[in-house]
Design a protein around this ligand. Sequence first.
Ligand SMILES: [Zn+2]
Length: 661
Amino acid sequence: MTEGIVTLSVRNYFAVMKEIHLSDARDVLKKYWGYDTFRKGQEKAIQSVIDGNDTLVLFPTGGGKSLCYQVPALLFDGLTLVISPLVALMQDQVDQLNRLGIRATFLNSTISYREVEQRLVNARNGMYKLLYIAPERLNTDLWKAEQQGLKIDLIAIDEAHCVSEWGHDFRPAYRTIREGLKEIDKDVRWLALTATATPEVKKDLLKVLEFSEPTIITGGFKRENLNWWVIKSEQKQKKLKKTVHKASKMGSGIIYSSTRKDCERWAQIFTAEGVPAKAYHAGLSSEEREKVQNEWIDDTIPLVTATNAFGMGIDKPNCRYVVHYTLPFSLEAYYQEAGRAGRDGEISYPILIYREADYEILKERIERSYPDYDVLRKVYDALCDSLNLAVGSEHQESEALELDEMQKRTGMSKQKIKASFTVLERLGVINQYDLFKPELGIQFLVSRDYLIDQIDQMKPKKGDFLDRLVRLYGPASFHEMKFLNEEMILEKLKVEPNQMRKGLTVLSEYDQILTFKMRGMSTMIRVCEHRMQKLHIDQKRAYHYKEVLLKKLHYMNRYAATSHCRELFLRTYFGETNCEPCGKCDNCLSGNNKIKEIQSEDVERVVECMKDQKRSISELSKLTGWKTSKLKRVLNHLEREEQIMKVEESMDENIYRLSMR
Ligand SMILES: [Zn+2]
């Protein structure tokens, strides 16, 4: 574990003003969570927040990041604003807090305008301690009008790597967070949190968030109980089978694969071969997904075959192995997914099954997701046309996107159109977000006459329900599935959602007279500025992110291909220095990674260079003429022997001096 830079000037007037102490934080922890002590790093983070320093927390997944803002939230009088990109997880987090007796709520695209209004009024009246918000919300008129009335003490930015275009998960709305909150910026504490940030990302996010003299607390990326493993083979299927049969003897696990079809197929194969498995992917309904998740958590099924959507927000301590059957796009993603193994501290295995061609395939996929300038232009024109937006005029409100129509107008694939939108959004040309408006689709499977006949013979309540449904959905629903707004139907039928679901299930499964389906996510889109005669964009900026993604993939591939220590590779990638080979990954064990002996003349040479002054690594490298790798090895040795000491540790490099004897 290494601790990062600690700021010199402490703006502790916040603490003085309110006299909040760390002991208060411990009391809160005990009262609400029942723990006696904080984990390593948490206390430092909370102290820094109390003191009013801009704080950046870098803890790996499962390292207890959220307590770093949830505990302070309860120490302050006002509100803690939590900015989070994970719309799907907000509800869960808020539910968890409510169960602990902590008042919290969230604002995102899944709730109606009226509900947002209501929650903001409640927040103004001090009804919540925490308010979770999606970054896109900060740009809405409603938020802008209401924010002045809120008394905000702390702003916590979760998944803060989304701020950076160097991050693996860039979200344009994150870049304008600081700008958007300018009006309420005074006397507010800032805290940013992430599980994965390379030195580049760290630098960028501190700049974008305008953190001055920040306290940076890092938990380190070493996980003692994880044995990193890569299996290189052209016969991946065979290797996967062998691996899972061996690993499943230790306990439960996950296989990550890129397609739904693969997930389904492997679940079938392993179940047939004696390792009960279930697939998990976006094609399942949320109920089905929840079921799979729960069965895995309570050990009913030992194996889940999943796309990368699986595992976020799940804390299962005894997952023994995580196999990646396809190469992830970045080490950030890989570290996060693989890190779901061994939360309980027992020996566990993150395993990557790899062949060289995987890299080329993914590279091509990134290339494809960045359409040429001509394509962007065409999509832009087609979008403006379909929105009836004349050149020079401005688009007022977001509208639901009709992908089918766009396809007709452009003659392009949906995939290409969506990719173009993503690029245009990143450039600020358009704005898009998902809106959840649940719709219920019904198709009757029998003739109208037969149905009316049936209604007469049913019990009055059931017959009445069915009769109203037929009237609402009309004749068309006898030929094809027709979708209607769910809220409207509930209102007209005067039933509760679960009653309706129950009724429909009986009619479909028992009576077999209809089938039904839920849907409801639609993408809302808005052209941000007045329509241009011809789309004009900064091409360098447009394709910059593609270069970032390609670079990240390149490092992912290097991890798979390296013959040196895997753990060392990961930790160095995330900016740790002075790491040593782990001695337990596949490379360390195969002896590919022999630890080189330190020569005494090399040691003397370095000591000589440092005789009268402190030296940075780059200075020493110039003086000795050695490669940094060799130099670091010698410095490590000297530090262990306590002959030298680190006097400064910074993002770029460390500075050493000789120890006093
Ligand atoms: Zn190793």
